[in-house]
Design a protein around this ligand. Sequence first.
Ligand code: ARG
Length: 411
Amino acid sequence: MAKAALAFSGGLDTTVCVPILKEEYGYDEVIGVNVDVGQPTEEFDEAEETAEALGLELHVVDAKAEFADLCFDAVKANATYQGYPLGTALARPVIAEAILGVAKEENCDAVAHGCTGKGNDQLRFETVWRGSDLEVIAPVRELGLTREWEIEYAAEKDLPVETGDGGVWSIDENIWSRAVEGGKLENPNYVPPEDIYKWTAEPSGETTIEITFEAGVPVAVDGEEMDPVPLIQHLNEYAGEYGVGRTDVMEDRMLGLKVRENYEHPAATVLLTAHGALEDLVLTKNERSFKKGIEQEWAEKAYQGLVFAPLVDALDAFIDETQDVVTGTATVSVAGGNCRVVARDSAYAVYSEEMASFNTADVAGIAQDDATGVAKYHGLQERLANSVKAGVSKPELATDGSGNEADDAQD
Ligand code: ARG
């Protein structure tokens, strides 16, 4: 008895995959797995109804808490990819792991998904699955299925699918971000209509929000302690009312395609802004600038679905080493769709009002006049280089006998 576990959402792609796994791939039994990373409840209802109509055994795994922890790793890494806070990208490996867990428990021989051959998600799922000894199946990609073919096939087989237009937009939603693409939005020059947004109101109003961090992790909003999942959900609602957290990006996908994507992510915007602001107060200049490179690498790997890579563990080790002092509060103002820091406070501030103040002369044994020597040296090489250049004329520089002229002529 061959058995396959299918990532099942109840949409057209995954619904047609059920009979196809049996007919084309020879599996006797197919089970569906739906992983909860904070999709809207209607999506679970749809998956359940469709599974019931198909006679498909459906397993639902709640991975919200684990996913929220990963989102907070992303906060510590100040991670965004081309302006996108990585909601879908971070969720995929968590979903893939959960499906693999069910597949193993249920003694499955294969794991399958309904992704096409164009997107990022096929790569993010499979990099996790291919580490197991289960067979990996991607029917839509492998059989080159098109949407029209699927609709016809579903009608022929009397499958329980919505035969309408399937919605105007293609949407992917979890607690960290809501992505909207497709339809008219595929034209980069098309201005998104207000109705593509669900989490963010038309920008208006103003308020301030104070976030408390402990070792880089958000733990309270306006002084009220909250667990990660409710904290994120609360901020999505609260900051969303002020229209904060909309991004319209031309996204460079893993396979090289440039795709226009619109995102909503109020909580991510508030938390990333506040976290970055608190770091600005407590980290040294050297830590801040070196960490930028680490953050860039972290975000790239996260986009690629490689958060479980040894490199990311190593990057996390560096990041965690910097986060003990990221303890305190940062206050952001949300107004007119913008989010900006307006206050920050920490016992670990690398800041001495006494030293920075214009009103004090000598501090920590350093007199104002001690800077005179520094000022004399500052830019010494640059001044020297400029005066050397001014003394040597251009033709002289080009005919220095190095033979470079001949090369230049050939070029
Ligand atoms: N482009 C994003 C990513 O690859 C999100 C894709 C979400 N899917 C959607 N149907 N809008 O991470």
